[in-house]
Every structure is written in structure tokens, then in C-alpha cells.
Write a protein that binds this ligand. Structure first.
Ligand code: NAD
Length: 534
């Protein structure tokens, strides 16, 4: 959550001194906030543009702690002119960077990985404070950056082209991969470190400069990450513009989409905005990579290990307060286990502690903003209107400071309109099915195609699920939750999820240009026969 400066002081005053969650006082949260900002070189006011030098002359945005409503700090955003200057500087910086051999670029990315890892705890805590996920998840998200950076360092020695057989004598054909130029990254609020991390680690290794616009409501995290990377670039006498930052909102994002100097625009966010961005980029015949919304299902079949499935469903539906793109939003239960499973699930939900994400006993933190709470309430209302029932939860916790809601389980038809759309909140819709083919069909019957899981003990069902008649999603899991994919293989989905691949075996190819080269070493060119060349 963020706001333009003026209104913020009143919110801070209003929230001051109230108890937070269970056992965490606002003074303790305030102390943690100032220690965390200090550890990351942040202040109460920060510049939000970096392109070798720090600047910022756009609006001043104050980001809020979603658990308290209090102001964390202010970041001055980029103006249109600053974005344009930054794109020039990034373009110039890439000209040198692209000539460095890939393994040497990988070595710089390795140093960045180490610098991020050294600040893992403080960065993870800042993510908890600013985004609202629990601290363990904040630290885990930073670790994802570290892991993908490891992956990218390995890639720097293995991004291989090909030598192809030519049909002409004395000719060789090669497939050669070259850097694209400038990669723009627009990221969502819910993964304020990892999404940028895995884009930038791979894009830099591929020889590109990166220009990043994070979500305005997580601007402090964007500045903190960029400060860490800027130090590494400086220590290597490399231009800072290779890791440029342009904090901003819709205006800056739209300008990035329109600008021809952005050779690839990697966008992570909602399907609605992703479509607009893709159309703008397409209008200039540019290239985009889209990681958009999900509406993920877990199927628990009759032969599943129910203890395993129960744990997985709870984690997948409640973790990050339902604000992961891979959150489980739909639960399809076989008739034979439906009633007992629901009973145990509801009992488990009742033990989930909702509260301040810094409190180690808390599993479910706040939603990110009041708008998210309103979307949750709309979702709950729709369940009632569309013939569903609330099995547990269902209320916004408006008596608490911050933006808390109850993790919710509903019972509803698999094709009710509210089930078919992504409500970015901890609402899990349960439906029952009678045979697996039907459940797979229901899994696939939504517009999104991000993640999916089947719980079963049968190899026959497992292979059906991952085969041509199975799930149509980008992530297809068996006996682990929808958000349990491995780094390096994670992310990328089909249909309205956008079809992008920011990670995984061939993801690097999206950050490069493939060129097919034919080399004639025969000394002859049997073309235009019959013409005399004087
Ligand atoms: P959002 O679409 O509202 O915003 C995403 C980014 O786009 C932000 O940086 C925002 O400032 C920017 N933006 C807004 N309007 C723009 C415009 N007109 N032009 C260019 N940029 C613009 O999404 P959000 O609420 O921040 O994030 C939640 C959504 O992101 C969910 O739908 C979630 O599923 C999705 N998500 C997907 C993945 C994935 O890998 N598939 C990962 C994380 C989040």
C-alpha cells in the first residue's frame, strides 16, 4: 500500500500506540522498522531513480506497513524525463557489457548473488514490513533471488548455440545467440525482490542492461535491492546503469511499454494490466514476456495420502495471505473423501494465526492494501449470491489496525463465476467430483493456466495428469502444492497467464536474439550462372 505524501502523517498518528496482532506492540514494530531501514542504507526519504547516479524528481510516494497502516518511508519516483535519460544511459552501458565474455558477466552476477545473500535477513524483513508476507516467506523470497542467481552463473558457461548441417558443400550453418540490449522489468507488489531478481540475474548474464520499475507500494524494497547491486557494479568499475531503477506507477510503466529503446519488456502482474502492456509493446513490434494471474487448483483423489494433501492445501491457500500468483484458490475433492477432508481442513484453518508478519507464530499476515480487503469482501459476497456457503472465515478483521481478513473456505459449484476469476486473497473454493477425468476438465476450465497439483498414489493417474490429456498449466505438480515448484523450473503459465517463461531450462533464450548464420568456406558461389561479372 502506498500514498502520495500529504495524507500519510495522519495515518501514522492514528495508528500510533495501538497493540499489533498478538503480542507485538507498535513501538517494537517501529524499532524493527528503523533498524531494518538502517541496515539496508535506507532513510525516511529516499531517491527512487538510479542509473549510475541517484535521482528522482517525480511524485513522493510513502509506502505503508500493511499490518499497521503506518508509514515506513518515502521514495521520490521517476519523472518521464528521468526515465528517458535512464534508457539512454542503459543503452550506452550495454554496449560495453555485451562485449564481456558471458562467463565474466556470470562472475559479476555471482558477486551480486553474494551481496544479496549477505543482506538476506534484513531484506526479507523489509519485504515482510512493506509487502506484508510473514518474515520467513520474505527471507525465502530473497533466497529465490540467490538461487536463480546461482542458476544464472551456471548458465553463463552453458548458453550454447548450435552447429547445423548445411546441404551445400563447403558451407557451415550456426545458430548464434546474442544479447538483446535493454530489458525492462515491471514487477508486481507480491514478490518485490524475487521477480526482479530472476529477471535481472538471467538478463544480465545474457549481456543485457536492465531497467526496473517495481510496484510503487514496495518502492523501499526496490531501492534497497538496487543499492546492493550498485555497490557491486561500482566495485567492478562497471556502469551503474546496467542495473537501473525507475520507481513509478502506471505512467512510468506505460512509457516503458511504448519506448523502442526497451528491447524486451518483462511484465509480471495482473492479467488486466498485462494485456494492456502487451498490446502497447506489440503496437511497436516490440517483444514482451508476460507472467500474469493464476487461478490454481489442487485435486485430491480418492487414493491420495490425505495427511500430505491436507498440509499442502493449507500452505498453498493460506500462505502469503493468498497473495501468491500460485496460491491454491480451488480445491477439487473426490466424493469418497470429500466430507472427512473438509472437516479436517476446517479444523486446521481454525488454528491458523492471523497477525503481524514479524510475529514468529503467525502464519497469515495482512492483505497488501484496503483495495485488496474490498476485493476479498466482494468475493465473499459473490459466494453467497452464487449459491455457495462459507465453511469457515469470511470476515474482514476491521477492528485490527492494518488490512487483515480471515482465511476462508467455501463450498460452491466448480463453475460459479466467482470461482472462475482470480480473487487475490485467502479464499479457497471447495467442489466435489466423482471421476478424475471430470476433475482434470474442471482444472482446465478457467481462463488462467499457471499452476496445478494432483494428490494421488497411482502412477497411472500421475502420468495421465502430466500428459496430453492432463493439466493445461505451466506448472503441473504431483503430491506437492501449487506453490511448491523448484527454482529454475518455476514460473511460466499458459492461456491468460501470458505464456511467459522467466525461469527454467530455456528461459535465457527469451533474453537473447537467435541468429542463423551461414558461412561459406568453399571459395565458390554457384549463383547467377550465365551472367558475366567483369
Ligand atoms: P498489477 O497488474 O496491478 O501491477 C503490476 C505492475 O504493473 C506494477 O508495477 C504496476 O505499477 C504496473 N502497472 C500498472 N498499470 C500499468 C500500465 N498501464 N502500464 C504498465 N505498467 C502498469 O498487479 P499487482 O496487483 O501488483 O500484482 C498482483 C497480480 O500479479 C496478480 O494477478 C498475480 O497473480 C500476478 N502475479 C503473477 C506472477 C506470475 O509469475 N505469473 C507473479 C507475481 C504476481
Amino acid at each position: 500500500m502506498y500514498r502520495i505524501r500529504r495524507a500519510a502523517a495522519a495515518a501514522a498518528a492514528a495508528a500510533g500506540g495501538r497493540p499489533m496482532g498478538r503480542g507485538l506492540s507498535t513501538s517494537r514494530v517501529a524499532q524493527t522498522t528503523s533498524a531494518t531501514l538502517k541496515a539496508l542504507g535506507l532513510d525516511s526519504y529516499n531517491l527512487g531513480v538510479y542509473n549510475g547516479a541517484w535521482g528522482g524528481s517525480g511524485s513522493i510516494v510513502e509506502t505503508l506497513n500493511p499490518a499497521t497502516g503506518e508509514v515506513l518511508g518515502a521514495v521520490q519516483q521517476a519523472s518521464a524525463r528521468e526515465l528517458s535519460e535512464t534508457l539512454d544511459l542503459a543503452t550506452a552501458a550495454q554496449l560495453t557489457w555485451r562485449t564481456l565474455p558471458a562467463p565474466r558477466r556470470g562472475e559479476v552476477v555471482r558477486q551480486m548473488r553474494q551481496a544479496i545473500a549477505d543482506k538476506r535477513q534484513a531484506l526479507g524483513r523489509l519485504v515482510a514490513l512493506e509487502m506484508g508476507k510473514i518474515e520467513a516467506e520474505g527471507v525465502g523470497e530473497v533466497q529465490e533471488y540467490v538461487d536463480v542467481a546461482d542458476f544464472a552463473v551456471g548458465l553463463s558457461r552453458s548458453m550454447a548455440g548450435k552447429v547445423l548441417p548445411s546441404e551445400r558443400p563447403g558451407h557451415a550453418m550456426l545458430e548464434v545467440w546474442n544479447p538483446l540490449g535493454v530489458v525492462g522489468v515491471i514487477s508486481a507488489f507480491n514478490f518485490p525482490v524475487a521477480v526482479y531478481g530472476w529477471n535481472s540475474a538471467v538478463a544480465l548474464t545474457c549481456g543485457n542492461a536492465v531497467v526496473w520499475k517495481g510496484a510503487p507500494s514496495t518502492s523501499l524494497t526496490s531501492v534497497a535491492v538496487t543499492k546492493i547491486l550498485a555497490e557491486v557494479l561500482e566495485a567492478n568499475a562497471l556502469p551503474g546503469a546496467l542495473c537501473s531503477l525507475v520507481c513509478g506507477g502506471e505512467d512510468v510503466g506505460a512509457q516503458m511499454a511504448d519506448d523502442r529503446r526497451v528491447d524486451l519488456l518483462s511484465f509480471t502482474g495482473s492479467t488486466r494490466v498485462g494485456l494492456q502492456v502487451a498490446q502497447r509493446v506489440q503496437a511497436r513490434f516490440g517483444r514482451s514476456l508476460l507472467e500474469l494471474g493464476g487461478n490454481n487448483a489442487i485435486i485430491v483423489h480418492a487414493d491420495a495420502d490425505l495427511d500430505l494433501a491436507l498440509r499442502a492445501v493449507l500452505f498453498a491457500a493460506v500462505g502469503t495471505a493468498g497473495q501468491r500468483c500460485t496460491t491454491a484458490r480451488r480445491l477439487l475433492l473426490h466424493d469418497s473423501i470429500h466430507d472427512a477432508f473438509v472437516e479436517r481442513l476446517v479444523a486446521a484453518y481454525k488454528q491458523v494465526r492471523v497477525g503481524n508478519p514479524l510475529d514468529p507464530g503467525v502464519l497469515c499476515g495482512p492483505l497488501h492494501s484496503p483495495a485488496a480487503v474490498a476485493a476479498f469482501e466482494q468475493g465473499i459476497e459473490d459466494v453467497g449470491l452464487q449459491g455457495g456457503r462459507i465453511l469457515c472465515g469470511g470476515r474482514a478483521l476491521r477492528h485490527l489496525p492494518g488490512f487483515f481478513v480471515e482465511p476462508t473456505v467455501t463450498s460452491i459449484a466448480h463453475d460459479a463465476p466467482v470461482v472462475l476469476r482470480e480473487v487475490f486473497a485467502p479464499i479457497l473454493h471447495v467442489s466435489r467430483y466423482s471421476n478424475l477425468d471430470q476433475a482434470i476438465q474442471w482444472n482446465n476450465a478457467v481462463a488462467q493456466g499457471l499452476s496445478s497439483s494432483l494428490f494421488t498414489a497411482s502412477p497411472e493417474h500421475m502420468f495421465r495428469w502430466i500428459g496430453p490429456e492432463g493439466s493445461d498449466c505451466g506448472i503441473v505438480n504431483v503430491n506437492i502444492p501449487t506453490n511448491g515448484a523448484e527454482v529454475g523450473g518455476a514460473f511460466g503459465g499458459e492461456k491468460e497467464t501470458g505464456g511467459g517463461r522467466e525461469s527454467g531450462s530455456t528461459a535465457w533464450q527469451q533474453y537473447m536474439r537467435r541468429q542463423t548464420c551461414t558461412i561459406n568456406y568453399s571459395g565458390a558461389l554457384p549463383l547467377a550462372q550465365g551472367i558475366k561479372f567483369e
